[in-house]
Write a protein that binds this ligand. Structure first.
Ligand SMILES: Cc1cc2nc3c(=O)[nH]c(=O)nc-3n(C[C@H](O)[C@H](O)[C@H](O)COP(=O)(O)OP(=O)(O)OC[C@H]3O[C@@H](n4cnc5c(N)ncnc54)[C@H](O)[C@@H]3O)c2cc1C
Length: 313
């Protein structure tokens, strides 16, 4: 365990001890992290990550926690939040460079204001650019990686720039699982601003009609398996509205679990296992979770990654 004194020698930012992660996840669920760190600037991030790597202390970088399910027992190690820490957006020649801690909505507003087309479909996705690049967030047929030129990351203690073709982007995936995304550079086509604003407005209306935005949630629980919609599969198993404790499978969108009344991570997790098992029984397709599990044991994780037959072996 790293002591507070050790931490303070290398880190200038804010340190919270035993901080409940329910305060930092969109679904408002999750136990305490040993340390919750808010770096003061880029140098602080780099120093602390190098320090943790050297002493092999576990840490996790987060943005707005909009795609996380954190265990009720929390996370043993340090959570490093980049939200609002790296917060610059700038135009360089014909590209836009955006820091990892910038909110997706701020980025979309900036692009539309300058007539850059291609981010409108991201409107309404809560999160930071770091989280969106790491997850390759997308919606309505587009992904954030569509217009990426390069991504600046911290990898093995070094700051490096990775070109898009080497970034390992695929559906809700990037090659940055073990890296810290610091910034990303984009190149967009130009379009009429009024048109971009109209598209954003229409997509936001569509999103708000289709998703349970009035309750805390994590966005889509499962990825869509090739050629299928996870929500349709879950719905056809009759699971809409199914409740465990304070968590419920949304009756509006079956691939969402909502925190209706002080849900625990266990409530949410048990619903996830039920959804996956029922879909597998009916369709023979094992769903892969999109939401990132934090602090869960390998035995628990197996319930969402292995086939029921493999678990019983
Ligand atoms: C209501 C709602 C709607 C949503 N709709 C969509 C949607 O339409 N499409 C979609 O793709 N997603 C959607 N999501 C999921 C989520 O908002 C996105 O995945 C978002 O990009 C996550 O950003 P974040 O900053 O909150 O990341 P977090 O949830 O904090 O983290 C997510 C993952 O990214 C990693 N990460 C975060 N920041 C960094 C960084 N700087 N460097 C390296 N790794 C990092 C974390 O370690 C974690 O593995 C939705 C979520 C909600 C709650």
């Amino acid at each position: 365990m790293v002591s507070l004194e050790d931490l303070q020698k290398v880190f200038r930012g804010e340190i919270k001890i035993s901080e409940p992660l329910s305060h930092h996840t969109w679904i408002k669920v999750g136990g305490p992290a040993d340390y919750y760190l808010k770096p003061s600037d880029r140098e602080d991030i780099i120093n602390i990550v190098r320090f943790f790597d050297e002493c092999e202390f576990p840490y996790l970088i987060i943005g707005r926690g909009s795609n996380l399910l954190v265990h009720d027992d929390g996370f043993r190690g340090a959570i490093i939040s980049l939200e609002d820490v790296l917060s610059n957006i700038r135009i360089e020649d014909d590209t836009v460079v955006v820091d990892a801690g910038v909110w997706i909505s701020t980025f979309v507003d900036f692009c539309i204001k300058h007539g850059y087309a291609g981010t409108e479909m991201l409107a309404g996705i809560p999160g930071t650019i770091g989280g969106a690049v790491s997850m390759n967030a997308g919606a309505y047929g587009g992904e954030i990686s569509d217009y990426v030129v390069e991504v600046e990351i911290l990898r093995d203690a070094r700051v490096v720039k990775v070109q898009k073709e080497d970034a390992g982007f695929s559906y809700r995936k990037s090659g940055f699982k073990n890296d810290v995304v610091l910034s990303a550079r984009f190149r967009f086509p130009q379009k009429d601003k009024e048109d971009l604003m109209r598209v954003r407005r229409e997509l936001l209306i569509k999103r708000n009609e289709a998703q349970p935005v009035n309750f805390p949630n994590t966005g889509s629980i499962f990825k869509n398996p090739g050629g299928h919609f996870a929500a349709k599969m879950i719905e056809s198993c009759g699971l809409k509205g199914k409740r465990i404790g304070g968590a419920m499978i949304s009756d509006l969108h079956a691939n969402f679990i909502v925190n209706v009344e002080n849900a625990t991570a266990k409530d949410v997790f048990e619903l996830m296992v039920m959804m996956r098992n029922e879909v597998f029984k009916r369709f023979g397709i094992p769903l892969e979770n999109e939401v990132q599990l934090v602090g869960f044991s390998p035995i628990e994780t197996n319930l969402l990654t292995k086939l029921p037959s493999e678990i019983n072996e």
